[in-house]
Design a binder for this molecule. Structure first.
Ligand SMILES: NC(=O)c1ccc[n+]([C@@H]2O[C@H](COP(=O)([O-])OP(=O)(O)OC[C@H]3O[C@@H](n4cnc5c(N)ncnc54)[C@H](OP(=O)(O)O)[C@@H]3O)[C@@H](O)[C@H]2O)c1
Length: 235
């Protein structure tokens, strides 16, 4: 094996693939870069359409097809809830860790958690729900703030997959809290549940923004914890 082969094998095992290149996909790319990981980011329109995005994110990020992103060892889904089935349709899953960062705002889930439904769509992958409780602008920024670290909640049924996601976010500077399996923890990360209310609701900048935001629809924004929870370690 040549040095180049070895480097590309190492890249493949630490690469982060991202399906969805909008607000959250780009924030996740910045998180991965903070953790010194390489990123392949994708959308429905093909790699050429992502040239400006890749240029803005900088070195370490390349554009790929959805299939190429899904070949990474950790794959994040960052598409609108209604687009998830189409985005993952036909992909091959053979043990990749899949981060479900979506929010199923106001969707009918038939009594299950949204991540249980996503897990059904990626058979053979190991699903971890994470990174859905911070606004993209907060997720993409330096998590070290006010003498502490911003919190990322995660849940999942596979301990090794969760450990790999903990490692990623910890290396990026976040304080990671595991809230359990996809049923119990996943529910705590959903709309209106404790992890969302305490961490993601940005206080609205204006009345018109408040009228538009999902927090307004649920009436929870007055209880918002502006810009997310920060944990400080005792010295
Ligand atoms: N924005 C936030 O602050 C935030 C915070 C936490 C969680 N989330 C969750 O993150 C998800 C994405 O939100 P967003 O704000 O990033 O949305 P967004 O800015 O509208 O971006 C959506 C991205 O998904 C891509 N996409 C749509 N359908 C696709 C498909 N079939 N295959 C591949 N890519 C597809 C779009 O690419 P095309 O242009 O090719 O369609 C676009 O790049 C949502 O589930 C949201 O609830 C968002």
């Amino acid at each position: 094996m040549t040095t180049n082969d070895l480097e590309s094998a190492q890249d493949a095992s630490t690469m982060i693939g991202i399906i969805g290149a909008g607000n959250l996909g780009q924030a996740l790319a910045r998180t991965a870069l903070r953790a010194a990981r390489k990123v392949v980011i994708s959308n429905s329109r093909g790699p050429e359409s992502l040239a400006p995005v890749v240029a803005a994110l900088g070195a370490g990020v390349s554009a790929g097809t959805v299939r190429e992103a899904a070949a990474a060892s950790i794959v994040a889904i960052a598409v609108p809830w209604s687009s998830v089935p189409t985005a993952v349709s036909g992909l091959q899953w053979h043990g990749q860790t899949v981060i479900d960062a979506t929010n199923a705002w106001d969707a009918e889930l038939g009594g299950r958690t949204s991540s249980e439904l996503v897990a059904d769509l990626v058979p053979g992958a190991r699903l971890v729900k994470a990174a859905n409780t911070l606004w993209a602008e907060v997720l993409g920024a330096d998590p070290h703030e006010a003498g502490g670290r911003r919190v990322i909640f995660l849940s999942g049924d596979d301990a090794a997959a969760k450990a790999s996601v903990v490692e990623l976010f910890d290396a990026a500077g976040f304080f990671v809290i595991d809230v359990g399996d996809l049923v119990t923890g996943g529910r705590m990360q959903q709309q209106g549940a404790p992890c969302q209310v305490k961490t993601s609701w940005g206080l609205p900048q204006s009345d018109s923004e408040a009228q538009r935001g999902p927090a307004r629809r649920t009436g929870l924004w007055e209880k918002a914890n502006c810009r997310g929870t920060i944990v400080r370690r005792e010295q």
